[in-house]
Design a protein around this ligand. Structure first.
Ligand code: MG
Ligand code: MG
Length: 254
């Protein structure tokens, strides 16, 4: 069931989104070769609580295997849901961060991919195109049009560069819970509802340098590319109004 939000609810979600983007602006300078990924998680967790929010990823998921961190840190061939650990960021790593905040019941969700130190040209290109895919997807958000227009825009752009589009995971409705209907895929398959005023969605292309296939590791969280190639991930929370779409999270310039 798609939950349409009223203006007051969208105001609350927007405030949560602005808080999340403020957190990102402060954490980006820390994402440097040498730092342990669990230090980044601890920093994010503390920042969010100090700001008056709750880290919504922490404890999310099945009771017997909840996600153990506030922040997903997904490096190189890891697509999403990388678990922070004692691993240190290395020079040349492509580091995706994904995080969400619950602020007074209003949920935000945003992901960015950071180039740590001196990364390869191939990694830079992939990251640039993935970010472009996010914006192509957002440009396709039009009230009254069908949702899979987003996927057509995202996958068309990625495929024009020969990249693989992850199809086993996708964006989603968001705002009153972390994952709501509808699914917002990056490839044009699945249900195709009309975009309506009051919908709030997370658009999040996950683009691979190789094929779009992924595998789930034994921890049942970490998703990696099946062919071990690089992956990048960018995400915004977007609200749909009668005559326009608004990106509620801030565009982070790296
Ligand atoms: Mg996310
Ligand atoms: Mg998301």
């Amino acid at each position: 069931m798609i939950r349409l939000k009223n203006e007051k609810q969208i105001d609350g979600i927007r405030t949560s989104c602005k808080m999340l983007s403020a957190m990102y602006r402060e954490i980006i300078p820390l994402v440097k070769p040498g730092i342990e990924t669990k230090e980044l998680d601890k920093w994010a967790r503390n920042w969010i609580r100090r700001a008056g929010g709750q880290p919504v990823f922490l404890g999310y998921g099945p009771k017997k295997n909840p996600f153990p961190a506030a922040l997903c840190v997904s490096i190189n061939n890891t697509v999403i849901h990388g678990i922070p650990s004692g691993r240190r960021i290395a020079d040349g790593d492509l580091v995706s961060l994904d995080c969400g905040i619950d602020l007074d019941g209003f949920i935000s969700d945003q992901a960015i991919t950071i180039e740590a130190g001196k990364v390869s040209q191939a990694a830079r290109n992939l990251n640039k195109v993935t970010r472009e895919c996010l914006h192509k997807g957002i440009e396709a958000v039009k009230p009254g049009d069908r949702l899979l227009q987003i996927a057509r825009a995202v996958s068309g752009h990625a495929k024009s560069f020969g990249y693989g589009v992850v199809y086993q995971y996708c964006g989603h409705g968001v705002g009153l819970a972390l994952h709501e209907d509808p699914s917002v895929p990056n490839t044009p398959h699945g249900s195709n509802p009309r975009m309506m005023a009051g919908m709030v969605i997370a658009i999040e292309p996950m683009i691979n340098a190789g094929a779009g296939d992924v595998e789930l590791l034994d921890d049942e969280w970490t998703v990696v590319t099946a062919d071990d190639t690089l992956s990048a991930h960018w995400e915004h929370t977007v609200a749909i109004f009668h005559d326009h779409a608004e990106i509620l999270t801030d565009d982070i310039i790296l």
